[in-house]
Design a protein around this ligand. Structure first.
Ligand code: SAH
Length: 269
């Protein structure tokens, strides 16, 4: 459930830090442990992608501090965030560090845990529902499906991938999920093609999962750049590359059609 970690006891009067995974943005996808931690918090440091609309009611006693982290824009630096977290905990406060998705998936959560360890602050991690799985699911895309894909790789597109990584992903032949991948879409899609992935490989880009403006763009590896540009795709978005994208539902796909697509794979299993 939660992972307790406190190598040295805090000095008398020291508070604590809980890193809370806030899920992909929907309040309903907060865990019960997350809700309890928020209820009891004195201070909440939250990111842009964490569910923050209802924070005042979820954390009624807390001071709410927006550290505003989003792609390419960190108004409070990582060192600044860690400094605030440590400062409030050392002042005896129960600090919740509310992060989007899961704290240990590209969230720099492990760095924040180490900052607590360095300062003798008891720290706990509450896992959250990661956007890597939940955002594709919100578009009807399963990451695995018998006969289609029995593995998935979650990768950060923050920096361009190396040739070895692109080759490895192509050879693995299973589902690829990219977070923070809008900026590097050109080098990523062209790199996979260069390493031999088929031009017709389905690709989905799901923007703003769980918001009122959630949108899915379905394309193929060779056309995704043009399609993303035409649609004006923007961060935050989750990219999915793989045959499982054929199971995505859109307004004009009937249930019969989806069942038939899956059955077509099972026959060749
Ligand atoms: N720890 C987070 C990921 C942090 S990296 C997690 O487990 O989900 C931030 C990236 O996550 C964004 O650039 C985007 O790729 C993805 N992301 C997070 N929430 C999202 C959402 N609601 N819709 C689309 N993408 C999202």
């Amino acid at each position: 459930m939660t992972a307790q970690s406190s190598p040295r006891p805090g000095s008398v009067g020291t508070g604590s830090v809980i890193l809370v995974g806030g899920g992909p943005g929907a309040v309903e996808l907060l865990t019960m442990a997350a809700v309890t931690a928020l209820e009891q918090a004195d201070v909440v440091l939250f990111d842009r992608l964490a569910p923050n609309d209802d924070l005042a009611s979820l954390a009624p006693r807390a001071i709410l501090i927006d550290v505003g982290k989003r792609a390419g824009n960190h108004p409070v630096s990582q060192t600044g965030i860690e400094g605030l977290m440590v400062e409030h905990a050392l002042a005896g406060q129960r600090v919740v560090r509310l992060k989007g998705g899961d704290p240990y998936v590209f969230g720099r959560g492990s760095e924040e845990v180490l900052a607590c360890h360095r300062n003798g602050i008891p720290v706990t991690v509450i896992s959250g529902v990661t956007s890597a799985i939940a955002v594709p699911a919100a578009a009807g895309i399963p990451l695995t499906h018998r006969g289609i894909s029995h593995a998935f790789t979650v990768i950060s597109g923050h920096a361009p991938l190396t040739d070895n990584e692109l080759e490895g992903l192509t050879l693995l032949g299973s589902t690829i999920v990219v977070l923070m991948g809008v900026g590097t879409l050109p080098t990523f899609s062209q790199g996979l093609l260069r390493h031999g992935m088929s031009a017709g490989m389905p690709v989905a880009i799901i923007e703003r999962g769980f918001s009122a403006t959630q949108r899915t763009t379905v394309s193929t590896l060779s056309t995704v750049l043009a399609d993303a540009a035409a649609a004006g795709v923007r961060s935050p978005a989750v990219l999915v590359v793989g045959e499982v994208v054929r199971l995505a539902f859109s307004g004009d796909t009937s249930a019969e059609e989806l069942v038939a697509r899956a059955a077509a794979f099972e026959e060749t299993d």
